[in-house]
Design a protein around this ligand. Sequence first.
Ligand SMILES: [Cu+2]
Length: 226
Amino acid sequence: MRPGVKLLLVAAALTAAGVVIGFYVSNLTSLAGSPTYTPPVANASSGHPVVNLQIQTVAAVGPKLSPNPDWVSYLIKNNGQWQRKTVWDLPAHATVHVTIYNFDGASGLRNPYLARPQGMVGNQILVDGKPTQAVDPNEASHTFAVPALGLILAIPGVADEAKDQCGYAPCPMSNAHRTIQFTFHTTTPGHYRWQCFVPCAAGWIDGFGGPMQTIGYMDGFLNVKA
Ligand SMILES: [Cu+2]
């Protein structure tokens, strides 16, 4: 083969590989694995938008909501239905009230620093109605973190000995759960990643595979729109 032809073939192969990798990355970082949820927006008397999000975190998402029934997951309530959608459209400069019902047990945080709630209104969360400025890192089931907004909080788990533990999601409120509430503000329009930082993916290497690296389970995006 002439050197010129060889060079051309190598260049073509490299270009093809680059395109494939590009598609892979854009697929991973866009909406892969999750449809978008657009919550209803109310307007405060001051005119700025207000959104309420109701979330479940569950140990096993179940066969109704996923082909991976044993994966740990976030769910969002849409018109009374729990859905596995982790990409959310939010208005810019909005007040977002969040309630998380956690039905999962503790996995524990590797980095205890992440157990201190930061970036929400008052830098504190309500845990079962109680104002909380620090969660025991060993008690964390999951985190809800939006690094670009400086927002992070740890979600304490259900005690191992609690009665009426949830099996497969969606979990009824009669099952043992913790309730976490906080309020944060969106800023300028953008595509913001959110994710869990607790190695909660049981059965995967270091707890960080599968649902921890797949949009639609322990990861998602906030599409903040003008
Ligand atoms: Cu998690």
